[in-house]
Design a binder for this molecule. Structure first.
Ligand code: UDP
Length: 455
């Protein structure tokens, strides 16, 4: 698994494409720019999804992946929220991880660093046993990270449900936030998903450092405050934007179709409409959006999934089990065929957002999608659904409840102009802030390697 003389890093992505994709970009950077060897150690409770396989298949051969045996979640009710399933998957994979580390250690090939994401902190138990340095990669932004670092304090000081708080909560460095906009698992403190979130964020302090997928120009004040030393807060390293470099496959019909269609559209004219790797709409909302798109007369690519009453219902498997096209209003495809393209379940988002025909992105505000728009200078229409998406929403937060077709038409028609997002990328130049941050982390990891070598 490890090449001789190269420090070896293990990365555990907790289930979810939105966690895997930026970790893959981190791995590439560690290999290409810092000479590390990286292995993905992948927990799951079922065989990998098509989307997960496609991301992993696109890895360069220098990055290995190792699938842990599926964790047994048969006792977990089907109604359990995603955060509960994700955390349990990682926690229950600890015996298999321990076994792996034991055999690697016996062969003197053990990793020096373990990077987990927000729901992976229980793997620290194994890392610490084997003197592997524990790190967190926080795949969302500094604002939400700041909030999460304060969650244990909020948990102790607030006795009611957060959503019943009348005043917005003020946290230094964080935008004022009302309880109903807190991240999804905080909406019901009796639910296991809240307990798991709290459990994980309480363990953040055990990390040697937290890498965050944001950058100084985007969140200057928040990052400045996050980097001030404080008890129980590990050093924070903003290393973003790490954005999907994509794995376009021209043999996949839908991928080819999207790009071919975009080639024939005018500059900046197309609205890309997508709710990430797992977002789904209710039947009623799906219909309203369809009518709104048709009535707006705007050009669009819409990635559809079969509707569901649970917004995150496709989280573990982005591809709809039933035919999503059968849910479109009658005549919709005919009515919009001159101006719109509808794609089932999955689209080559990286290629779409870099295409010059795209002029806007109606997004669920997953952080990867948000960053991908920002670096391409694409104006966003924010339509948050779950997780921390409400906190990510920057431009427009729809009223609670159904977003009517009139609202869809209004925001599509207002559309801002695409600009040159490349201004943000200066943070990733050799002398840029994010590059320096990752250099600092890399020096710490090498120092840890030397310490281990001397023992
Ligand atoms: N993505 C994609 N095609 C799709 C849907 C999503 O390539 O049809 C990629 C997208 O580019 C992004 C990631 O999947 O990198 C989704 O992450 P995000 O944080 O935006 O949302 P999540 O899926 O985690 O809710």
């Amino acid at each position: 698994m490890a090449e001789a003389n190269s420090s070896h890093v293990a990365i555990i992505p907790s289930p979810g494409i939105g966690h895997l994709i930026p970790l893959v970009e981190l791995a590439k950077r560690l290999v290409d720019n810092h000479g590390f060897t990286v292995t993905f150690v992948i927990p799951g409770d079922s065989p990998p999804s098509k989307a997960q396989r496609s991301v992993l298949n696109s890895l360069p051969s220098s990055i290995a992946s190792f699938f842990l045996p599926p964790a047994d979640l048969s006792d977990v009710p089907s109604t359990a929220r995603i955060e509960t399933r994700i955390s349990l998957t990682v926690t229950r994979s600890n015996p298999a991880l321990r076994e792996l580390f034991r055999s690697l250690s016996a062969e003197k090939r053990l990793q020096v660093v373990l990077v987990v994401d927000i729901f992976g902190t229980d793997a620290f138990d194994v890392a610490i046993e084997f003197h592997v340095s524990p790190y967190i990669f926080y795949a969302s932004n500094a604002n939400v990270l700041t909030f999460l670092l304060h969650l244990p304090m909020l948990d102790e000081t607030v006795s009611c449900e957060f959503r019943d708080l009348i005043e917005p909560v003020m946290i230094p460095g964080c935008i004022p936030i009302t309880g109903k906009d807190f991240v999804d698992p905080c909406q019901d403190r009796n639910d296991d998903s809240y307990k798991w979130l709290l459990h994980n964020v309480k363990r953040f302090k055990e990390a040697e450092g937290i890498l965050v997928n944001s950058f100084i120009d985007l969140e200057p004040n928040t990052i400045k405050i996050l980097q001030e030393p404080a008890p129980d807060k590990p050093p924070v390293y903003p290393i973003g934007p790490l954005v999907n470099s994509g794995s376009y496959d021209a043999n996949v019909h839908d991928e080819y179709k999207c790009l071919n269609w975009l080639d024939s559209q005018p500059f900046g004219s197309v609205q890309y409409v997508s709710f990430g790797s797992g977002g789904t709409l209710t039947c009623e909302q799906f219909n309203e959006l369809a009518f709104g798109l048709a009535e707006s007369g705007k050009r669009f690519i819409w990635v559809i999934r079969s509707p569901s009453g649970i917004a995150s219902s496709s989280y573990f498997n982005p591809h709809s089990q039933t035919d999503p096209f059968s849910f479109l209003p009658q005549g919709f495809l005919d009515q919009t065929k001159e101006k719109g393209l509808v794609v089932g379940s999955w689209a080559p988002q990286t290629q779409i957002l870099t295409h010059t025909s795209v002029g806007g992105f109606l997004t669920h505000c997953g952080w990867n999608s948000t960053l991908e728009s920002i670096v391409n200078g694409i104006p966003l229409i924010a339509w948050p659904l779950y997780a921390e998406q409400k906190m990510n929403a920057l431009l427009l937060v729809g009223e609670d409840g159904i977003v009517g077709r009139e609202e869809v038409v209004r925001v599509l028609k207002e559309g801002a102009i695409r600009d040159d997002g490349s201004v943000w990328l200066r943070v990733l130049r050799d002398d840029g802030f994010s590059t320096k941050s990752l250099n600092e982390v890399s020096l710490k990891w090498r120092a840890h390697q030397r310490k281990i070598d001397q023992e």
